[in-house]
Design a protein around this ligand. Structure first.
Ligand SMILES: *[C@@H]1O[C@H](CO)[C@@H](O)[C@H](O)[C@H]1NC(C)=O
Ligand SMILES: *[C@@H]1O[C@H](CO)[C@@H](O)[C@H](O)[C@H]1NC(C)=O
Length: 255
């Protein structure tokens, strides 16, 4: 920072002194800062899932991976301002050093090297960084579907909507989108992945909210799962905001 003239320089010194004082006072007032969120992961599936977590802002949580047997609960703490993506991997086989593959949601090894291989049901969470901020959360089928997922937010308010896909889309997947392994549908592709066409992927001439419309495939997803993204510009009915502070993420939710 530069100042010209004595008056300006002294004003600037006063200002920087004031902002230092303000930072000190804010640092001493923990109630001015948002509170940490507890992320609870519950597996209601009849099979083991390997949750994967990729942080976009803040530290990796739970080493980014752990396995969750049917009926089990795991809890992690996310600091204010944390954001990231969560999905479930299924049918995994890892050796003692974490090398191996998963049938769905694979991301390289037990410790993810990147995003999950589609089709995968993807949750995105942005935790409020201050007491007056809102948190954002959504579950997306834009990259397809592998496991049912629901996010509930609990805490300061109790009127927050759930995000997610409760119906079993594998059992209700159009034949041309099915991923079949040993005679069972293990995942349901998005139309974008299945046909790689701009109309489904919202690319090229379809790259704006005005030009990319729902298709018969996204409408099929939306009908089964009204609280999840069915195509990239599905924000209005799929992205939720809440001032609550704890999150419960259920795999294979019912009801
Ligand atoms: C999550 O939200 C759904 C829908 O609002 C509700 O039926 C369910 O009881 C909630 N579950 C938890 C654990 O809060
Ligand atoms: C979040 O969960 C923790 C542990 O159960 C609890 O102590 C805390 O009060 C919860 N926060 C809110 C805002 O409900």
């Amino acid at each position: 920072m530069q100042c010209v003239g004595a008056q300006e320089c002294s004003a600037m010194r006063r200002q920087s002194c004031f902002s230092m004082l303000l930072e000190l006072v804010l640092g001493l007032m923990p109630f001015e800062v948002g509170s940490a969120a507890i992320l609870s992961f519950e597996n209601h599936c009849s099979y083991t899932v390997w949750p994967a977590i990729i942080s976009r802002n803040g530290p990796t949580l739970g080493d980014g991976r752990f396995s969750l047997a049917p009926g089990k609960l795991a809890q992690l703490i996310a600091e204010p301002g944390w954001s990231g993506r969560v999905w479930a991997r299924t049918g995994c086989n890892f050796d003692a050093s974490g090398n191996g593959k998963c049938l769905t949601g694979d991301c390289g090894s037990l410790n993810c090297n990147g995003d999950g291989q589609p089709p995968v049901t993807l949750a995105q969470i942005i935790i409020a960084s201050g007491t007056t901020d809102n948190s954002f959360y959504d579950v997306s089928l834009v990259n397809g579907y592998n496991v049912g997922m629901r996010i509930n937010v609990t805490g300061r308010t109790n009127d927050c909507q759930y995000a997610g896909c409760i119906n079993d889309l594998n059992g209700n997947c159009p034949p041309e989108l099915q991923v079949v392994v040993s005679g069972s549908v293990v995942a349901c592709k998005s139309a974008c992945e299945a046909f790689n066409a701009a109309q489904f992927c919202c690319g090229d001439d379809y790259s704006t909210p005005q030009t990319c419309s729902p298709t018969q495939y996204s409408e099929h997803f939306k009908k089964a799962c009204p609280n999840a993204y069915s195509y990239p510009y599905d924000d209005v009915s799929s992205r939720f905001t809440c001032s609550g502070s704890n999150y419960s993420i259920t795999f294979c939710p019912t009801g």
